[in-house]
Design a protein around this ligand. Structure first.
Ligand code: FES
Length: 115
């Protein structure tokens, strides 16, 4: 059903699990905000690619099936993130699709605000 929050993501942060629900087109940042997850400092620039606080780490298979690859601006910001990995992305740049329903997303507890 269009508009229903029928897609879910399990966020892992600091040893805890958080379920979030959203709809197609929501970014991971949207889901964290809409589900009122209290991730201190996350998403400081509100998705404008000006910080790196929305750094997330994905499993390889999830990383590989993301519909969009990181643009240059995202890569520049990722370079500034703490604990960068080969499967790191910025959460504000990942939009939910049906294929991503049920994924697990690791949120590093330490963030760096590049602003
Ligand atoms: Fe700042 Fe994603 S929220 S780059």
């Amino acid at each position: 059903v269009a508009g229903a929050n029928d897609l879910k993501v399990k966020f892992l942060r600091d040893g805890k699990e958080y379920m979030a629900y959203g709809k197609k087109g929501d970014t991971l940042l949207d889901m964290i905000i809409n589900n009122e997850l209290d991730f201190d400092g996350f998403g400081a620039c509100e998705g404008t690619l000006a910080c790196s606080t929305c750094h997330v780490v994905l499993k390889k298979d999830v990383f590989d099936k993301l519909p969009n690859k990181a643009c240059d601006e995202e890569l520049d910001m990722l370079d500034l993130a703490y604990g960068l990995t080969d499967t790191s992305r910025l959460g504000c740049q990942i939009e939910m699709t049906e294929e991503l329903d049920g994924i697990e997303v690791e949120v590093p507890a330490s963030t760096f605000d590049a602003r």
